[in-house]
Design a protein around this ligand. Sequence first.
Ligand code: F0G
Length: 493
Amino acid sequence: MKTNSTGHQPGQVKNSHLTNNAQAAEAVEALSTVSLRCVECAALYPGIEVGASPRYRCDCGGVLDVETKFSRPRSQSQTTPSLNEYLNFETDSDQVPPAGAKLRQIFDERASIPPIWSTSADKLLLDHSGVWRYRELILPAPEQYIVSRPEGNTTLYPVGMENCGPSRVGHRQIGIYAGLERLFLKHEGENPTGSFKDRGMTVGVTMARLLGAQAVACASTGNTSASLASYAAQAGMRGIVFLPAGNVAGGKLAQTLAYGATTIQIDGDFDAAMQLVEQVCAELDIYLLNSLNPFRVEGQKAIGFEILQQLDWQPPDWLVLPAGNLGNTSAIGKAFRQAYELSLISHIPRFASIQAEGANPFYRSFKQGFARREHVQAHTVASAIKIGNPVSYTRARRVIEESDGIVEEVTDEEILAAKRVIDCAGIGCEPASAATLAGIRKLVGRGVIKRDERVVGILTGNLLKDSITGIPQGNDGTMVEATIDAVRKVLLA
Ligand code: F0G
C-alpha cells in the first residue's frame, strides 16, 4: 500500500457530524422533505440523522435512493406563491398552475442570464451551474452551503447525418458511422475536472458541508478521485482517494495529487477498492462520496434535465450511455421519470446501457430477464467501466424496465474503433465514453434503433483522461530543421 499526503494534518480524518447545534437544526430543517428509501426492501429513513453517522445503506444492506416530497412552504405569509407550491402534488387548489410549465419557465430564465463573473452574486452563479439551476429537483440545501465550480453546461453536439450543419463535416462522420439521421452527443467531459463526476460531486460535497464533515473519501479509477479532490479543496476539506494501483490514467492521478488529496493506491481492482473504502469510512467516520452515496446520484440527474432543456423540453426517442457502476443509468433515468411526473415532458425515452464485453454483469442479468444479479471479474481497455459488481444495479434495472430499455455489450475492438471516429471528428473522448457510439452503431445495425429516431448519446469523460488507450503512439511528429524548405518537403511529400 502506497500513501501520499499533502496539505492536511495526518490526524485530520475523523468527522464529527452535526455537533454544532445551530447547524444541525438548519440542516434538519432544510432536508425535512428528503427521505432515503431502500431500493431492495423499501424501508424509509430520514434524509439526515443528528448524532448518527451518515447512512449509505439500509439495515438490510440495500442501496438507498433519495425521495423528495415537494411540499408547500412552511411560511404561509408569502404573497407570491413559491416554486414549492407549484410542485405540490397534494394540493387541492385549482389555482395552482401545472408544475411542468412553471418549472420550464424558471429553468429557462435562469439559463438565459449570462454570468458576469466579477459582479455576479453567488445566486447568479448558482443559476449558471448546470446542476444548481435545477436545484428544486436536486437538493433543498441552504445556498450558503453549496460548493459549486460551477459545473455542467456541457455541449450537446448535433452529429447526425441530418442534424449536423455543413460547417461541421467532421462531426457528421459520427452520424454516418452510427447510421443515424438525428444524433446528439452530450459531452460530459467538458465539466470542470473533465468528467460527469462533477455533477454528483458538487451535491455530495455540499451534503458533506451541511453535515459538518472535515474529510471525504472515495474509491476511483481516476475521474471520481480528480473530482472529489477538486471539490474537497474548494470546500477546505481533506480529500482521501483509494485507487486500484496500475489501473489509473496518469493524468487523473496527477490531477488528484495536484488538488492535494491524500492518495492511497491499493493492490487490487476497483471493486476491491470500493469495498475497502466503505469499511474505512464506516470505521473512521469519513464522509463517503462514491455513487453509493445517494446524494451524488441526485446531482447526476442534472445531465438529464440539461439535455431536456437543450432540446427545448422535447425528449429524444433513445438515451444511450456507457454502463459500469450504473450510476448514470440510475440518475438520468430518475431525472426523466421525475420530469415526466412533473409534466415537464410528455414521454420517457428508451434507455440503452452499453457495457464492455469483458465487464458485462448488467448485460448478463438483462439477458436472463433480470432473474439473477451477476458478478464478473472485469477486463476491458475502458478502465472507467471495468467494474464487475455494479453498486447501482437495482436502481438501474428499474430504469431499463420502466423505459422499455435495453442493455447491450460491445467488444474492446468496437470501443476503440468508435473512439477513433469520435477523436478524428475533433470532439474526442476517453475510452469508456466510446462504448456509447459503439453501442449505437450495433443497435442501429440490428434494427433496434431506427435510422430516423432521435438519439442522444452520452460521452462521460474527456479525451485527456487516457493518453495511451486508443491514441496513435510513436507518431508524435516528424523532426525537421527549422527552415521553410524542410517543412515544405514534409508537407508536399
Ligand atoms: N464513464 C466514465 C468516464 C467514468 O469515469 C465512469 C466511472 C463511468 C463511465 C461509469 O459510470 O456509474 O454511470 O456506470 N468512473 C468511476 C471512477 C469508476 O472512479 O471515476 P456509471
